[in-house]
Each structure stands twice: as structure tokens, then as C-alpha cells.
Design a protein around this ligand. Structure first.
Ligand SMILES: C[S@@+](CC[C@H](N)C(=O)[O-])C[C@H]1O[C@@H](n2cnc3c(N)ncnc32)[C@H](O)[C@@H]1O
Length: 243
């Protein structure tokens, strides 16, 4: 299996997204009509971005994209989020430094380097949104999460995309002896996060300490996971209304 098999072969990107996903929101013309540097996104992500990110539009949101590539996605985020956004991108490729200061700030380093990530977040003055579109390797995804989730603000979100790589041997998803079901497969690892989020109801040990008891929601879409961070209040229930 190769992702090239999924390449859109039509000519009208906007029509494909709008017809398949019923999405006609503001990110559609921004993505489909983009004429700047190349941006590479799966079509079903466009409505998902709008669903999870639109509340940050026009705000001074501190937004970090892991994976700059040709700089096009930073241009897209600038147009979508607006001039107030504190937009940073990181990439391991030194060539990406040439995009620094265009749509956002670009810093060069690896997503699995905690000292580098912490320096970038310090420079940003904190962080509200992480979008991991970097190496897509299982161990890198987890390393970034372990450093960045504790630094995410309450009310912030952590998005990881292209998680089909969890099924690819060369991204560390399946090569280990335990295969698809192994703990190194990021998608399987979500079950540990689900257990942690429900810690009130069992006495299993904590599995993902980086979540710090502040994982308030997990949304799983095809290859696209959103982790919400917020105060996790001890749940209570009540009955209201006439008996
Ligand atoms: C899928 S591309 C990013 C695409 C871009 N966000 C877009 O939407 O057009 C992945 C990028 O991650 C970068 N990358 C690979 N390994 C990395 C690592 N360990 N740390 C940071 N960036 C990495 C690559 O150099 C590449 O530019």
C-alpha cells in the first residue's frame, strides 16, 4: 500500500471537498484557491480543521505547526487564523529557514528534541495549538507530545495528522514484533489515554504522564486525532425536573 494510490485525480479540489464532506466554510476557498507555496493536505482534513480551529480565528492564538515543508501551510494558516495569530513552524530541514518571517516564524530543529521544543515555546510565550505534520514516525509523534502537551494552555488542542502511518512499517507503526496491536503504534496507544481520562473509575496505573490529568477529550477521525486539554473536573451527576 502506498499513499500515492490516494492522490486526487480530479481537477476541482473545492467541489470534491464540498460534495463529499458537505463543507462550504471559509477554509475551502483558502485551501482550494491557494496560489502561494505548495500546501499538501488530505481533503477530509479541511472541514476538520474548520471544526476544531475556527474558534481561534481572529485571536492571538499561539499556533505551532510541526513540518514546514515548502512553507505553504503556514501561508494557509495565516490567511485562516488572521494577523493576530502567533504562528510558528518547525522543521528539521535547514532549507526551511528561508521561509522564516514570511507567513510566520520558522525554527530549525527536530520534533523529538525537548530542549529545542521548549526554546521555541518559550519564544512563542506559550502555546494554544499544536499541529503535528512532521515526520509522522511513531516515536517522534510521542516524543513531541510528551514535551508539548504539558506546555499546552488549558483550552488548547493538540492535533496529529497523517496517522495512517501507524500502519506503515517504515514509520515505526508495525515493524516491532507486536505489530499493529503494539504499544508503539500511536493509534493503539490512544487506549492508554482513554484509560487515563477515565481514571476516576478504575485503579489502573497512569499510562501517559504527559497528559497530567488534563486530557478533556479525544477525537479520532481517519488519520487525524485531536486531543483537548482542559481542567478535568471530578465528574458529578444529578437529577433535575419533576420526579
Ligand atoms: C508532510 S511535510 C509538512 C507539510 C506541510 N505542513 C504542509 O501542509 O504542506 C513534513 C515535514 O516534516 C519535516 N520533518 C521530518 N522529520 C522531522 C523532525 N524530526 N522534526 C521536524 N520536522 C521534521 C520534513 O522535513 C517535512 O518538511
Amino acid at each position: 500500500m502506498n499513499v500515492r494510490e490516494f492522490k486526487f485525480t480530479g481537477t476541482d479540489v473545492a467541489a470534491d471537498i464540498s460534495e463529499k464532506y458537505g463543507y462550504d466554510g471559509p477554509l475551502l476557498p483558502i485551501y482550494a484557491g491557494h496560489e502561494g507555496a505548495v500546501v499538501h493536505k488530505w481533503h477530509h482534513y479541511i472541514p476538520l480543521y474548520d471544526r476544531y480551529l475556527s474558534r481561534f480565528c481572529g485571536q492571538p492564538v499561539r499556533f505551532l505547526e510541526i513540518g514546514v515543508f515548502r512553507g505553504g501551510s503556514l501561508e494557509m494558516w495565516r490567511e485562516f487564523l488572521g494577523p493576530e495569530a502567533v504562528l510558528f513552524g518547525i522543521d528539521i530541514d535547514p532549507d526551511c529557514a528561508k521561509f522564516d518571517g514570511n507567513a510566520g516564524q520558522v525554527r530549525i530543529g527536530s520534533q523529538d528534541d525537548p530542549a529545542f521544543l521548549n526554546r521555541v515555546i518559550d519564544e512563542m510565550g506559550g502555546i494554544d495549538v499544536v499541529l503535528d505534520d512532521g515526520s509522522h514516525r511513531m516515536e517522534h509523534i510521542r516524543a513531541s507530545l510528551d514535551t508539548l502537551f504539558p506546555r499546552l494552555s488549558l483550552g488548547g488542542i493538540y492535533v496529529i495528522e497523517d496517522l495512517h502511518t501507524a500502519y506503515f512499517r517504515n514509520y515505526g507503526g508495525t515493524w516491532r514484533e507486536d505489530g499493529y496491536r503494539g504499544k508503539h503504534n500511536f493509534l493503539r496507544g490512544l487506549t492508554g489515554m482513554i484509560d487515563d481520562m477515565h481514571h476516576w473509575y478504575h485503579d489502573l496505573p497512569e499510562q501517559v504522564p504527559a497528559l497530567g490529568g488534563a486530557l478533556s477529550g479525544i477525537h479520532i477521525h481517519d488519520s487525524f486525532v485531536v486531543l483537548e486539554k482542559n481542567v478535568a473536573h471530578r465528574p458529578v451527576h444529578s437529577r433535575v425536573g419533576a420526579p
